[in-house]
Each structure stands twice: as structure tokens, then as C-alpha cells.
Write a protein that binds this ligand. Structure first.
Ligand code: AHM
Ligand code: MG
Length: 353
């Protein structure tokens, strides 16, 4: 390398935007208000959990006791993987002494975990799916973690966390971590969607892309077509349509975070619809669909159950499930055009906003 090339390389290294996650969150608020500091600290803790989970996943194949199932079932009746338990505990331990949250609610716990009285108690609740797409773990494929942050409302005196049963519009922040070829964290505090890549040599999440906008339309449709026989006719018609027309491409990885991330960046639609026997579908509202819907709306896209915007759904229980159709506005609208009249009215109303 000549001297000139060397100095050019050094300059470009210095010019690289090395904004870290916690710095970025503070910048979003343009103030050092209590809220800005709390959310920056919360995001820092989530980043720590992400690093711990990412480290274990990257070595899982050569570690004792990291892969496989525990032999137990969770509250949803699904078999629990050892990584689910590890990741669930990681989030609890990084937040327990933080003074930032009062409760944590997750896919793996029937009831929320309340911060014990001998620990500092904060005013936020973290809702999370510790390992989303757990069926991918044992084959070394991408998985994710999803999180949503709400402020506690009222005193929760009966310990039932009923104040969590509110629409997704009340989230103060949401995001996910994608454990893929690299580990990425994507978040929003209601002011755009921003992504960060973990630089393992620094141990820091570094800004990758600011203000991500989902394309208006994309070629990808992403759903488990093995469920075709169980769907209602309108959805089958939609799938027949994309099969018979040029310009569509199927991508389905079996892990929502990865499938969603592709659509966020490249456009398209992800669907996990209900079936005739299970009209509510599979995905959980509070810690899967609602946080991703929050990001999607922030990025200019849409998320609906087919009859209602995901962010308007009021849950009746913490582990409530909803059908999910999420992605680029044009693609979601196309899916809705196959649905019965009531949904089409919703589609019309939202395409005009
Ligand atoms: P999980 O959180 O228990 O892993 O379940 C959610 C996952 C999503 O990541 C994914 O989109 C979906 O379940 C895949 O389900 P299926 O195997 O029915 O296609
Ligand atoms: Mg999940």
C-alpha cells in the first residue's frame, strides 16, 4: 500500500460513523431528560443481553448443555429448548439490579416476573420473546429476540399486570435482535427505525442504518405454505394469485425476526394467518406482533390481523395470539383485497392515511 493509499484508508476509518446504541438513543430525544436517560440505559441492558445470547449461540455446537430441549412445556404448550431458558434468564439477570424495570413478561413465563423488593424498582415493563424461532436453534440457523417496552400505569396492586392489556400504541420503544451471520439490533422509540451491527472485536453495537423506510412494495411473500389445507378460502385465493402471477418470490425461514428483517429492508409481506381450527393463529401479540408492528408503522409499512390494525388490538390476556399480516403497504393491501368486505373497508381507510 502506498503512503497515499494508507492515509486514505486511515481517513476513511476515522470518518466511519461509530455511533453506539446508547449514544444514539440519547440523540433521539435531543435532551438529557429522565426518559431519555432511562431508555438509553434500558437499550444498553438489552444490548448486554443480546451479546450474552449471541456469544452462547455462536458456541452452542461445541458447548455442553446448550442445545436440545429441557423436556418441559411452556405456558403455550410448546416444548422448551435449553436456549429458551438461558435467554429468558439472561434478560431477568441483566434487568434485576438495574432499577429500570418493575416487571418482565415473556413467552417463557406464565406470569410476569416482578423485581424483588430488595432490588431497585423502575417504572418500565419489558415484554420479550427471548428466543424467537427456537426450532432453528439446533440446526445453526438464524433466530432472534423481540422486545417491547411499556411504562407501568397505576400501581398494579393485585399483581395481575392488567395495565399491560393495552394497545400496542402505548409502547414507548420496541425492537428485535437478529442472531444471523452477524448480530443486529433494530429499535425504535417512536422516532424512526434504526439498525446496529454488533462488532465482536469492540463488543459494541455500531450504527448500521438510520431511519429505515420499508419499500412501498416488494416481491417477497413469506408464510408457511404447509398450512394451506387449514386456511380459510380467501387466504388460499391470495396464495393461488401469487403462484399464478409473475413477480412474486417466496422466502420463509421459520423464524419471524429473520423473515421480518428481510421484508423491512427489501419489501414484501410476512403472514402468519389463523386457520379454520385456530383463527387466532400462532404468534403472540404483546411480545411478537405488536413490537414488530410498532417498527413497521415507524418505517412506513402496515401490520394488520386482517380485520384490525395490530397496534389497535386490545389484548385480553398477556399471552394472547393474533393473526399477523405485516410488511409493505402495497403488499398488505393486496392480501386484504382477497379478504371479506369488512377488512377491505379497513384497507381502504388505511391506504388513505
Ligand atoms: P417461537 O417463538 O416459539 O419460536 O414461535 C414463533 C415462530 C416464529 O419465529 C415463526 O415465524 C413461526 O413460529 C414459525 O412457525 P411454523 O413452524 O408453524 O411455520
Ligand atoms: Mg416467538
Amino acid at each position: 500500500m502506498t503512503n497515499v493509499e494508507q492515509s486514505q484508508a486511515q481517513n476513511s476509518a476515522l470518518e466511519r460513523d461509530c455511533r453506539t446504541l446508547s449514544h444514539h438513543v440519547l440523540q433521539q430525544f435531543q435532551s438529557f431528560s429522565q426518559e431519555a436517560q432511562d431508555l438509553s440505559a434500558i437499550m444498553n441492558r438489552i444490548a448486554l443481553a443480546a451479546k450474552l445470547i449471541s456469544r452462547r449461540l455462536s458456541r452452542a455446537g461445541i458447548m455442553e448443555g446448550a442445545l436440545g430441549v429441557t423436556g418441559e412445556e411452556n405456558v403455550q404448550g410448546e416444548s422448551v429448548k435449553k436456549m429458551d431458558v438461558y435467554a429468558n434468564d439472561v434478560f431477568i439477570s441483566v434487568f434485576e439490579q438495574s432499577g429500570l424495570v418493575c416487571r418482565l413478561a415473556s413467552e417463557e413465563m406464565e406470569k410476569p416476573y416482578y423485581i424483588p423488593e430488595n432490588c431497585p424498582i423502575g417504572r418500565y415493563t419489558l415484554l420479550y420473546d427471548p428466543v424467537d424461532g427456537s426450532s432453528n436453534i439446533d440446526t445453526n440457523l438464524n433466530v432472534g429476540s423481540i422486545f417491547s417496552i411499556c411504562q407501568q400505569e397505576g400501581n398494579d396492586v393485585d399483581g395481575n399486570a392488567n395495565d399491560l392489556l393495552q394497545t400496542g400504541r402505548k409502547q414507548v420503544a420496541a425492537g428485535y435482535i437478529l442472531y444471523g451471520a452477524s448480530t443486529m439490533l433494530v429499535y425504535s422509540t417512536g422516532n424512526g427505525v434504526h439498525s446496529f451491527t454488533l462488532d465482536p472485536s469492540l463488543g459494541e453495537f455500531i450504527l448500521a442504518q438510520e431511519n429505515i423506510q420499508i419499500p412501498e412494495y416488494g416481491a417477497i411473500y413469506s408464510l408457511n405454505e404447509g398450512n394451506f389445507w387449514q386456511w380459510e378460502e380467501p387466504l388460499r385465493e391470495y396464495v393461488r394469485y401469487v403462484h399464478r402471477n409473475e413477480g412474486y418470490s417466496a422466502r420463509y425461514g421459520g423464524a419471524l425476526v429473520g423473515d421480518f428483517h428481510r421484508i423491512l429492508l427489501q419489501g414484501g409481506v410476512f403472514l402468519y394467518p389463523g386457520t379454520v381450527k385456530k383463527p387466532e393463529g400462532k404468534l403472540r401479540l404483546l411480545y411478537e406482533s405488536a413490537p414488530l408492528a410498532f417498527l413497521t408503522e415507524q418505517a412506513g409499512g402496515r401490520a394488520t390481523t386482517g380485520t384490525q390494525e395490530i397496534l389497535d388490538v386490545i389484548p385480553d390476556k398477556i399471552h394472547m395470539r393474533t393473526p399477523l399480516i405485516i410488511g409493505s403497504r402495497e403488499n398488505v393491501k393486496l392480501v386484504e383485497s382477497f379478504m371479506p368486505a369488512q377488512s377491505q373497508e379497513t384497507a381502504m381507510a388505511h391506504s388513505q392515511t
